[in-house]
Design a protein around this ligand. Structure first.
Ligand code: PLP
Length: 392
């Protein structure tokens, strides 16, 4: 039993899981039906077609009952063979966790990042990738793995530039992208950007509870997977793709979460992807106005790569970011994201993704401003007023 004694609404402003709209919650509560019955096949085909629009792809999208981490694994074990050399670009904690998973799978991992900089404060520098690939004349590197929206730092990288870098180096490496927290919030174009596998999950921009993961594929990824030697069963794309032809899955799919996915996609298509991306950009810019007014520092130093999904804020020396978060939760029923990895205690994150609008953001900013005051911090100016001025 969860014992939330605080009255009023809970303001969930971590960068995922994000709030689940009532419409989606209600659809999840529909009766579970036979996942091998005729009704489910029709529904399954609708979901499989719908999800392609979200990834902006014409290629198949694998839907796993899994979290984002499972889908990371699904991507790697289908296109990489044991011992393959893989380039990971370090943007923050999630790039690091994915790389650790790759090491555990027996891949040979090489990490690159922005030279002479704290790589956790910048987006992917595609020139670094191009230079490394040009040196690899024997084509030892089989894949380049990058995180589109680094949830630990609030940085969104330019994936089209990474594809250009791989092409400019005339290198055959596959491009594998994590857009677990970018999809459905930040612009994402799987086909146009020439991504071979995109990994994602349900609990961020798609406004669903956790529990569904995705691999969006390219024709080349499918070809490569057919001759792949890595032992796998649950994650193997071949059986799933075969069953998906008629709207079914080889195992029991997450029936009720898929009802929710169908409903969420309907909401997203009604708003329109471009409008969704613009809304996220607007809310993120408002949040940054607040941060500037408070006189605090954005974890991202990369102005071209500010995330529309979340803002990661460094707290002043001597302040414990987790104490601030504790205060916001206990006093105002506001959940803020903790600093992850090496910035734990030094930063906190405000999620402004998914089912978020001006007033939900304003509530979060207000809770942060009051909590900063309770920590003894004297802001330069009111962030709430600054954000309001911007949004007006
Ligand atoms: N990648 C990114 C960018 C994430 O933000 C997350 C989770 O927050 C993951 C991967 C891992 O996903 P999960 O926690 O669903 O396994």
């Amino acid at each position: 039993k969860l014992d939330n004694h605080l009255s009023g609404r809970h303001f969930l402003h971590i960068p995922g899981p994000s709030p689940v709209p009532s419409r989606v919650l209600r659809s999840i509560s529909y009766q579970t039906i036979d996942h091998r019955g005729p009704e489910f096949g029709v529904f399954g085909l609708q979901v499989l077609e719908g999800i392609k629009k979200i990834f902006q792809t014409k290629q198949p999208v694998i839907i796993y009952s899994a979290s984002g981490t499972g889908s990371w694994e699904g991507a790697l074990v289908n296109v990489l063979n044991p011992g393959d050399h893989v380039l990971f670009y370090e943007t923050g904690q999630f790039a690091n966790l994915w790389r650790t998973l790759a090491v555990r799978l027996g891949l040979s991992v090489e990490v690159v990042g922005k030279p002479d900089q704290d790589t956790w404060r910048w987006g992917v520098d595609a020139d670094v990738i191009e230079a490394r690939l040009r040196k690899d004349t024997q084509h030892q590197i089989k894949a380049v793995c990058v995180v589109h929206n680094e949830t630990s730092t609030g940085v969104t990288s330019n994936i089209a530039a990474v594809r250009k870098a791989i092409d400019a180096a005339k290198h055959p490496a596959l491009l594998i992208v994590d857009s677990v927290s970018g999809l459905g919030s930040a612009e994402y174009r799987h086909d146009d950007w020439g991504v071979d596998v995109t990994v994602s999950g349900s609990q961020k921009g798609l406004m669903l509870p956790p529990g569904i993961g995705f691999n969006a594929l390219s024709p080349r990824a499918i070809e490569v997977s057919k001759v792949n030697k890595t032992p796998k069963s649950y994650w193997a794309w071949d059986e799933i793709l075969e069953s998906n032809k008629t709207g079914y899955w080889p195992t029991t799919p997450s029936t009720n979460l898929m009802y929710g996915l169908h409903e969420a996609m309907d909401m997203m298509m009604t708003e329109g992807l471009e409008a969704i991306f613009a809304r996220h950009q607007r809310l993120a810019a408002a949040c940054r106005h607040a941060v500037d007014a408070w006189g605090l520092e954005n974890q991202s130093l990369d102005q071209d790569c500010y995330s529309p999904v979340l803002t990661c804020i460094a707290v002043p020396e001597g302040m414990d970011a987790d104490l601030l978060r504790k205060h916001a939760l206990e006093k105002f029923n506001l959940s803020l994201g903790t600093g992850l990895g090496k910035i734990k205690g030094k930063a906190f994150r405000i999620g402004h993704l998914g089912d978020c609008n001006e007033l939900s953001l304003m509530a979060a900013l207000s809770g942060v401003e009051m909590s900063l005051g309770a920590m003894g911090y004297k802001p330069k100016a009111s962030g709430v007023v600054a954000a309001q001025e911007f949004l007006k």
